[in-house]
Design a protein around this ligand. Sequence first.
Ligand code: CP3
Length: 347
Amino acid sequence: MSPSPAAADSVFLAAARGEEVSHTPVWFMRQAGRSLPEYLKVREGVAMLDSCMDPDLVVEITMQPVRRYGVDAAIFFSDIVLPLKSVGVDLDIVPGVGPVIAEPVRTLADVERIPDLTPDQVPYITQAVEGLVGELGATPLIGFAGAPFTVASYLVEGGPSKDHAKTKAMMLGAPDVWDALMRKIGQIAAAYLKVQVDAGASAVQLFDSWAGALTPQDYVEHVMPHSARVLAAAGELGVPRIHFGVGTTNLLTLMGEAGADVVGIDWRTPLERGIELVGPERAVQGNLDPALVFAPTEVMTARAGAIIEAGRKAKGHIFNLGHGVIPSTDPDQLKKLTDFVHEYPLG
Ligand code: CP3
């Protein structure tokens, strides 16, 4: 299979390519997950990583927000550390904490012990994507991977970190180990994206969620070339590439130049400013504050309307939150937000 032909004319892909659209397309990062009662029900007694390796469950969980909200794209239900688990890294996703690595990576030997990813290691990914593309019909599926820096942070710190101190210490103090680690993660990310696109995903998103912790200089010297290799490999697959991080006002121009077709903008950067920084050659995605969903509906939709208006100055605009759906979000508010974006007149 190749990118789903049924989804080729979707509004989501048109906006990603910068073509004219009948309405602004909308989907939400973390649209599947704990905010949905139907998710909590099917996940009962199933560990997060086990659910990611069960194709029937992945299809069901990925479809849940598409059925409920009628969003313009599905995002493959998985996690940025899943491919590491698939190649044999000893890790777990601890509820309420996030990914935890049994033996953090500190030396070149630690890096060399991590195998490359080959498609035969992830048959459950291929099966889940193929199943989804059949169910989704004309709705495109977004595949994703974690970018080298964000995944490296989990591997080096051993778990979630606020300051990324050990990661930066390796980046600046042991450049040979850092380079090997970033190349390894880049290989895994590129291979993982290829598996998803070969099975029918229509677009990919590279999550560099924690890149905002870097200065532009360190990003350019130690991170961007590795993300650029992953994005270039994804470009060979012929699907749009979305590149996203949090707190990245100072990096938005570079994140586009790394090889993105669409740059994701978090809610701290006004969309107008984000569009200027990204430039006329790329589309943008975002960027309602995920907490605005807790405001009265009219307050939320007024802000959403302003974002849609600002988005018209971009090459293309995909509406999203500025980061993932907060688990305590009321799904009815996301339904109202989806309908509002769909009904907003662009004419
Ligand atoms: O709907 C979707 O967006 C698809 C699913 C998805 C998950 N993780 C499922 C998940 C996606 C795209 C991710 C990516 C991911 N994972 C990122 C990048 C996106 C971002 O949020 O910036 C990062 C940094 C991770 C690492 C990670 N995994 C974190 C920080 C957590 C949350 C920890 C917690 O419990 O608060 C996870 C676990 C995780 N990944 C959950 C889900 C639904 C929660 C686990 C559960 O439901 O038990």
